[in-house]
Write a protein that binds this ligand. Structure first.
Ligand code: ADP
Length: 152
């Protein structure tokens, strides 16, 4: 069984995340969307709300599981029997950042492969941090988040 982990903060989920996950579905038997919980990071949305947003977005997709984890992504992969880490690449800066993480993960667990999908151009400027800024300033985020997404 080909299992991939799609790790991220999803604070909040964007149409960019959604697109990468849907495009990757034919490649794997299962994709676990896993929220990495970092106790030293401040989030805008609670873990429960971020999990809820992911569940709503993918509720009709049997190949997707939603979960959260602490610790190293590679250790979590082992626990879930996943051989692949899926990430999206928007711009060159993403590549530099992701390559570093992928090389470190490879050094620790050579049996786990990182797989990258290039973002669709229309999504390449969308980041969760800009979406958070728009929310803080009472702007309309509708076009940047999945249609099922609801601000409480
Ligand atoms: P992290 O905190 O780990 O960066 P994010 O939730 O911001 O988590 O992102 C998770 C993954 O989704 C990363 O691989 C990131 O590159 C990818 N991603 C984020 N936004 C987009 C987008 N607009 N298009 C494609 N990939 C994206």
């Amino acid at each position: 069984m080909k299992i991939a982990i799609f790790p991220g903060s999803f604070d909040p989920i964007t149409v960019g995340h959604e697109s990468i996950i849907r495009r990757a579905l034919p490649l794997f038997d299962k994709i676990v969307i896993a929220i990495g919980v970092n106790s030293s990071k401040q989030y805008m949305f609670s873990l429960e709300d971020r999990i809820g947003g992911l569940i709503k977005c993918f509720e009709n997709e049997p190949k997707i599981e939603i979960d959260h984890y602490t610790g190293l992504t590679v250790d979590y992969c082992r626990k879930k029997n996943a051989s692949f880490i899926l990430r999206g690449l928007r711009v060159a800066a993403d590549f530099e950042f992701e390559r570093n993480i992928a090389l470190m993960n490879q050094a620790m667990h050579p049996d786990i492969e990182s797989i990258f999908l290039i973002s669709e151009p229309k999504y390449s400027a969308i980041t969760s941090s800009v979406v958070r800024d728009i929310i803080r300033n009472n702007g309309d985020i509708k076009q940047f988040v999945p249609s099922s997404f609801k601000l409480k």
